[in-house]
Design a protein around this ligand. Structure first.
Ligand code: ME8
Length: 507
């Protein structure tokens, strides 16, 4: 059976409203899934992490029981993803019966095979990070996470443990034999040194509070991370729908922010191996969007409201910015001035004007009808471009992919500037004018196809302006053959520019 492409995002804590960081990972997953769908079968999962103290505390502060709170928050998250044109295949909530059932089954399975055992846990716990810390790691008695630094509490309770130490050697081995399974390199190296330091078993039950999945047979609830990680296989129907599970597992790529790399590249594969399943092919731990040098986040209170950004710049411009601004994997800083600049220069001037100028000339010289192709100056030169763009996307180098696409944008603009269609028209060189106008329209058609994963709505608008109806999301190999645009296609230029200029007051 051929395997489908499976991409996941973290499931997000819903202790508050979503911010731009959550939109970011989900948009990246969407770009991958949309590109993968042009080649065949793809499955894209996102969702919400609803158990644990953090969510329980937020509900309490709002005077609601946790379930009611979650039910009220989830629509906001779904709305956000819809505003950004995200098309996931499944949205999982950890309070759904399908998930609770699976987590309990896994717990029982691991208890039977001895990887989950009973002991006493004593230690320092940070409820904000839902993490136990060794005393030696605390900084002045507080949580060592630089983004948190909250007070930790001493917990002492009977507990169920997961035998992580048993997987220390297999993990080291896996990291050594699969040097690209965790990217970027910085995350790989950091995880490798944790493995070299040695792993300890850790507690996976909580007796002190009850907002979680009950441990089968009693004794508290299951630790929120143990519960949450399993979402990735719940959605595939692990232990219930084997054909579906085998079709997508191991995941092609699991996207996460770098702060949760330890959970996904050390604990997660260990749990999977304990179940007899494989580790994902790739975990990519991306960098942070920062504001004034600090990670944007709920806890710091510097969160940027994504809906406001959509209203101001449009969803596709934000998608473009997020993928174009930083190298995927590295941190990058956020500012509205930077978004506005890319919007006006790259989207408005380069791309938007190219489409407008071309279609205006076509209307003037050819009644808006695509002419017969002539001798092309582009076909050969760009034959390899789609392949290079695709490769960059599947290699998660989104910035490079967009830069490659912009080579074509610039080449087409240069062609207009240098060959001056108005001069050809005046000179009555009809054959040269036909060939040039055809190349420009065909180039724009190629741009729409390659930009569709990044800017689905704008690509759709370009497609319509070209007078095309279907095929925007088809296989690149078949669609991107130079000359594919039919002569005599009636174009339908729009009055409104694709990216109306923003007047910006930049501080
Ligand atoms: O960690 N820049 O949920 P969470 C880039 N529930 N990405 C950011 C970001 C920023 N400033 N802020 C958040 C959790 N993100 C757990 C995950 S998975 C089994 C459980 C993104 O609500 C990034 O993907 O804290 C990060 O890893 C995720 O949101 C954390 O979301």
């Amino acid at each position: 059976m051929t395997r489908g492409f499976y991409v996941t995002t973290p499931i997000y804590y819903i202790n508050g409203n979503p911010h731009i960081g959550h939109a970011y990972t989900t948009i990246v997953a969407d770009v991958l899934a949309r590109t993968a769908r042009t080649r065949g079968d793809a499955f894209f999962l996102t969702g919400t992490d609803e158990h644990g103290q953090k969510v329980a505390d937020a509900a309490k502060a709002a005077g609601l029981d946790p379930q009611t709170w979650c039910d009220r928050l989830v629509p906001k998250w779904k709305q956000l993803f819809a505003s950004f044109h995200v098309e996931y295949d499944d949205f999982i909530r950890t309070t759904e019966p399908r998930h609770e059932r699976l987590v309990q089954r896994v717990f029982e399975r691991l208890r039977e095979n001895g990887d989950v055992y009973r002991g006493v846990y004593e230690g320092w716990y940070c409820s904000n990070d839902e993490t136990f810390w060794l005393e030696s790691k605390l900084i002045e008695g507080r949580c060592p996470n630089p983004e948190c630094r909250r007070e930790v509490e001493w917990l002492s309770e009977e507990s169920w443990f997961f035998r992580l130490s048993k997987y220390n050697q297999p993990l080291l081995e896996h990291f050594r034999t699969h040097p690209n399974w965790v990217r970027p390199r910085s995350a790989y190296n950091e995880m490798m040194s944790m493995l070299e330091e040695g792993l300890e078993d850790f507690s996976i039950s909580r007796a002190a509070f009850d907002w979680g999945i009950p441990i089968p047979g009693g004794g508290g609830v299951i630790y929120v991370w143990f519960d949450a990680l399993l979402n990735y296989i719940t959605a595939l129907g692990w232990s219930e729908d084997d054909a579906r599970f085998r079709r997508y597992w191991p995941a092609t790529v699991q996207l996460i922010g770098k702060e949760i790399a330890r959970f996904h590249t050390i604990i997660w594969p260990a749990i999977l191996w304990s179940l007899g399943e494989k580790a994902p092919d790739l975990v990519f731990a991306h960098g942070w969007i920062t504001l004034d040098g600090q990670k944007i986040g709920k806890s710091l209170g510097n969160a940027v409201d994504p809906e406001t950004l959509v209203q101001r710049f449009g969803a596709d411009a934000i998608r473009y910015f997020l993928l174009r601004e930083g190298h995927f994997g590295s941190d990058f800083s956020y500012s509205e001035a930077k978004i506005a600049q890319r919007y006006n220069d790259e989207l408005g001037n380069d791309l938007g004007n190219l489409v407008r100028r071309t279609l205006t000339m076509l209307a003037r010289y050819r009644n808006g009808l695509v002419p017969q192709p002539g001798e092309t100056r582009f076909g050969e030169r760009f034959t390899e471009l789609p392949k290079r763009v695709e490769e960059a996307i599947f290699n998660l180098q989104f910035r490079d992919a967009l830069e490659e696409i912009w080579e074509l944008v610039s080449a087409l603009n240069r062609e207009i500037d240098e060959r001056k269609p108005w001069v050809l028209a005046k000179a009555g060189d009809e054959a040269a004018l036909d060939a040039l106008l055809y190349d420009l329209c065909e180039g724009i058609r190629w741009l729409a196809v390659m930009l569709a994963p990044f800017m689905p709505q704008k690509a759709g608008e370009i497609w319509e302006q070209l007078g095309l109806r279907t095929g925007l999301h088809g296989s690149w190999e078949q669609t991107l053959v130079w000359g594919g645009l039919g002569a005599q296609t009636q174009t339908a230029p729009s009055e409104t520019p694709l990216f109306p200029r923003l007047e910006i007051a930049v501080a």
